[in-house]
Write a protein that binds this ligand. Structure first.
Ligand code: 3HC
Length: 293
């Protein structure tokens, strides 16, 4: 079945969606990236283009390969263009009302055999699946930022996901060069349930004035050889996304270690979301990350 699994749809072309389009196209799939907001569609297209150009300039791709990859990608502002997709990955913002709109639409547009996956990091896959009439063919396929680089893909099954669907999606994850792990639909799945409380804790350490932001980041990069310190990583992942994960962990488990840091909450309220808004723990308005200076 996976061999015939040729046309993929990606709905939502923010940073994650654009990265997911690139991953599938590089692995040889024909991909249609759908974004109904036309300026976001243009940004998503540019994101893919720039990422491939960077790979060419580094000698990781030839210009021919780049052309072939772009030739496998179609961009569209209409979900109806996914009427012949075998597999669709949703990567729209983390709001249930938006997911509802997308999944009810996809359920009526896509043929009965199409598998629908959500890249959600903070909403229940079970709740999303229940929006459709094909719960056995709905899964979570959770990528990590930056999607073209990070190797993990969490394959999230619900009580209603068919074992065959999990097998196919696990196989697809391998074909796109990811290392799949199969997990149950619980808040934070596995990786975020471990990682995001650590990031949240770093925000608390900063809030308590124990060390400067640079010292906190340096402590971790040098102590544990992590590629990024936690405050830099929070800025990259997005403070809003991290807060959303903390909130579902708290909601589901009610354990003190999942209480969101007050500073994180205030920064999100103030619009300091990290790189995407130009400022988080660091200021990116100059185009440079001060943590790297
Ligand atoms: N898109 C595509 N490729 C990118 C990229 C991006 N945004 N950022 C970096 N890359 C590529 C570079 O092109 C380079 O590729 P190459 O090896 O083929 O030349 C490679 O990644 C390394 O990049 P750089 O040399 O520029 O920079 P670094 O060595 O500092 O690596 C990093 C950057 C890969 C982001 C690294 O710092 C890292 O791994 N950081 C940790 C990221 C992480 O933990 N992500 C998980 C976050 S949690 C999450 O996403 C879950 C969510 O639900 C909250």
């Amino acid at each position: 079945m996976v061999q015939e699994f040729n046309k993929v749809g990606v709905v939502g072309l923010g940073t994650m969606g654009a990265g997911i389009v690139e991953v599938f196209a590089r692995a040889g799939f024909h991909v249609t990236g759908v974004e109904i907001d036309t300026s976001a569609l243009e940004r998503g297209q540019n994101h893919v283009q720039t990422s491939l150009e960077r790979a060419v300039s580094k000698g990781k791709l030839t210009a021919e390969e780049q052309g072939a990859i772009m030739g496998r990608i179609a961009f569209s502002s209409t979900r109806e263009d996914l009427g012949d997709a075998d597999f669709v990955v949703e990567a729209v913002p983390e709001r249930m009302d938006i997911k509802r709109d997308v999944f009810t639409d996809l359920d009526s547009i896509c043929p009965p055999g199409t598998i629908l996956a959500t890249n959600t990091s903070s909403l229940s896959v079970t709740e999303i699946a229940a929006l459709t009439r094909r719960q056995e063919q709905v899964v979570g396929l959770h990528f990590f930022n930056p999607a073209p680089v990070m190797k993990l893909a969490e394959v999230v099954g619900t009580v209603n996901t068919a074992p065959g669907t999990l097998e196919v999606v696990t196989e697809v994850a391998k074909r796109i060069g990811k290392t799949p792990v199969t997990v149950t639909d619980r808040a934070g799945f596995v990786a975020n349930a471990l990682l995001v409380p650590y990031l949240n804790h770093a925000a608390s350490v900063y809030e308590r004035g124990i060390a400067s932001r640079e010292e906190i980041d340096t402590a971790i990069t040098k102590a544990a050889e992590f590629p990024m310190g936690p405050l830099t990583l929070l800025d990259m992942v997005g403070l809003d996304v991290s807060l959303a994960v903390m909130e579902v962990l708290w909601e589901e488990f009610r354990q003190p270690r999942y209480v969101p840091s007050p500073l994180l909450r205030r920064m999100v309220s103030a619009g300091l979301l990290g790189r995407k808004s130009g400022r988080g723990f660091y200021d990116y308005s100059t185009g440079k990350n001060p943590a790297e200076e």
